[in-house]
Design a protein around this ligand. Structure first.
Ligand SMILES: Cc1cc2nc3c(=O)[nH]c(=O)nc-3n(C[C@H](O)[C@H](O)[C@H](O)COP(=O)(O)OP(=O)(O)OC[C@H]3O[C@@H](n4cnc5c(N)ncnc54)[C@H](O)[C@@H]3O)c2cc1C
Length: 397
C-alpha cells in the first residue's frame, strides 16, 4: 500500500481508526459472520458514534481531532472496516448515506431529531430506492408520495426491496413519485419515515451469499403518513437529492472494495510464501507471480483512483456533475479489484480457499460479489463515465 495521495493527518487518522477497529470490531467479526449477530454490529456502531467517527462527513458537527474531516477520512474508515468485515462496513456506509440527505436537506427540527441519533451511533438509518420492478433504472420507480392537504401530511404507498438495514433501522429515507405528470427526474420526492410510523412494515429479510450480518430486506408502505415537515428540501427535488448522495456513496464504496481487496491480497501472499509445491514455495512459480503482480497493480490503481476522487470531493471546487466521473471510476475500479483479488486468492489457496476451516478467503469471495452490483452496478457506472467522454451521444440504456 503506497497511500501516495494521503497526507500525514490522513495517515495518522488511518492508524488511529485501525487501532480502534482492531479493538472494537475484530473480536466481534466472527460472531457477525457466523451468527449474523446484530447485537455485535450495534455495539460497534455505538462505539464508532461515541468516538465521533460517524460524523466525519459533517464538518460543522465534527468533534474529533482532525483539522479537515470529510470524505477522505470517511473512505479510510470504510476501507479499514471492510478489511475486517465488509458486512459491518455496509451497515455504517448505509447509515451515513441516510445521514447525508438529513444533514443537507432536512428542515432544522427534523434534522435535529433524526440525524443526531445516527451520528451518535444510537440509531440506524436506511435508504429506500430499489423496488421489485426497478433497480438500475431508479427513475422508473412506482412508489408514490402524495400530499394530503386536509391533514397536512405526506402519504407514501409502495414496496421497496433489497433495503440494507431494513427492519433494524430507526429512520428511512424514502424516494417516490410525487408528480406523475412530468418526467420522474422532475417529479420525484424524498421523505423521512421513522420506523414506528403506522403503515410501514417489513415483510421479509433475504438470505444473501455474502455480507452475512448486514440485514437486507423488504419495506412496504401502505397509506403511510408523515408530517409535512418530513419532506427533504422541496417537493419534486428527490432525484437531485438522490444523485448528490451517489457521488459520496460511490467513493465510500471505493474504500470498501479496497479493504476487501487488501485482505484477500494479504492472505494470498502469505500462502504463496509458505505453501510448498513441487519441492519449492508456491510463490516461486511464474504463474503465481503473475497473479500476485496483477493483484498488486490493481490494488494500487484502485487506491489512487479512489483517494483522488475523495480528495477532489473534499477540495469542494468541482460541481456534483463534475464529480460524477471520478466517483464512478473509484466505485468501478475498486469493486472490480475486490472481486478479482478475492477470486485469485481462492485460486492460489486451492482447496483451502474454499473452506471456512482455513481462514477468510471463501468469505471474502462471497462478500466481494455484491460490490459491483450495489450502489450503481459496474454497467451503470460505465455508462456514467462514458457519458462524460461522449458528450454528443445519449447512451442507449
Ligand atoms: C446486498 C444488497 C444491498 C442493497 N442495499 C440497498 C439499499 O440499502 N437501498 C436500496 O435502495 N437498494 C439497495 N440494493 C439494491 C441495489 O442498488 C440494486 O440491486 C442495484 O441497483 C441493481 O438493481 P437490480 O438488482 O434490480 O438489477 P437490474 O437493474 O435488474 O440489473 C440486472 C443486471 O443488468 C444490468 N443492466 C441493467 N440495465 C442495463 C443496461 N441498460 N445496459 C446494460 N446492463 C444493464 C445491471 O448492471 C445488472 O448487472 C441492494 C442490493 C443488494 C444486493
Amino acid at each position: 500500500m503506497n497511500d501516495y495521495l494521503l497526507n500525514d493527518e490522513d495517515r495518522s487518522f488511518r492508524a488511529e481508526v485501525r487501532a480502534f477497529l482492531q479493538r472494537e470490531l475484530a473480536p466481534r467479526a466472527a460472531a457477525i459472520e457466523d451468527r449474523e449477530d446484530w447485537d455485535a454490529v450495534k455495539t460497534v456502531v455505538r462505539a464508532l458514534g461515541e468516538a465521533g467517527y460517524l460524523r466525519l462527513m459533517f464538518r460543522d458537527l465534527y468533534k474529533g481531532s482532525l483539522q479537515s474531516p470529510g470524505l477522505t477520512h470517511a473512505t479510510i474508515l470504510s476501507e479499514e472496516a471492510a478489511a475486517i468485515n465488509y458486512a459491518f462496513d455496509t451497515t455504517i456506509a448505509t447509515a451515513t448515506s441516510c445521514a447525508y440527505p438529513l444533514h443537507r436537506y432536512a428542515q432544522p427540527e427534523v434534522r435535529e431529531r433524526y440525524l443526531t441519533g445516527i451520528i451518535e451511533g444510537a440509531e440506524i438509518g436506511a435508504i429506500c430506492v430499489t423496488e421489485p420492478n426497478v433497480g438500475s433504472d431508479s427513475a422508473g420507480m412506482e412508489t408514490t408520495i402524495t400530499f394530503d392537504e386536509a391533514t397536512d401530511e405526506w402519504v407514501i404507498n409502495g414496496f421497496k426491496r433489497y433495503i440494507s438495514n431494513a427492519s433494524v433501522a430507526d429512520t428511512y429515507i424514502v424516494y417516490g413519485i410525487s408528480d406523475p405528470t412530468v418526467p420522474p427526474q422532475k417529479g420525484m420526492s424524498a421523505v423521512v419515515v421513522p420506523k414506528n410510523t403506522k403503515g410501514i412494515s417489513f415483510p421479509r429479510n433475504y438470505t444473501f451469499m455474502g455480507r452475512r450480518g448486514c440485514i437486507v430486506g423488504e419495506v412496504e408502505f401502505s397509506d403511510c403518513r408523515v408530517p409535512a415537515n418530513h419532506l427533504l428540501d422541496k417537493p419534486n427535488a428527490g432525484f437531485r437529492i438522490m444523485l448528490s448522495m451517489f457521488n459520496f456513496e460511490r467513493v465510500i464504496l471505493g474504500g470498501s472494495g479496497l479493504g476487501v481487496a487488501r485482505s484477500a491480497f494479504a492472505i494470498a501472499t502469505e500462502h504463496a510464501q509458505r505453501r510448498e509445491s513441487f519441492g519449492q514455495k508456491l510463490g516461486c512459480k511464474q504463474l503465481i507471480w503473475d497473479k500476485v503482480a496483477e493483484m498488486s497493480w490493481r490494488i494500487d490503481a484502485a487506491e489512487l483512483i479512489t483517494y483522488r476522487a475523495a480528495k477532489l470531493y473534499d477540495a469542494g471546487t468541482l460541481s456534483a456533475k463534475e464529480l460524477m466521473k471520478p466517483a464512478s471510476m473509484a466505485k468501478l475500479v475498486s469493486t472490480e479489484t475486490a472481486n478479482f483479488c478475492a477470486d485469485q486468492t481462492v485460486q492460489i489457496l486451492g482447496g483451502n480457499g474454499l473452506t471456512k476451516e482455513y481462514g477468510r478467503a471463501e468469505q471474502l469471495y462471497r462478500d466481494a460479489r455484491a460490490l459491483p452490483i450495489v450502489g450503481g452496478s459496474s454497467e451503470m457506472v460505465k455508462y456514467l463515465i462514458a457519458s462524460v467522454d461522449l458528450p454528443q451521444i445519449k447512451p442507449n440504456l
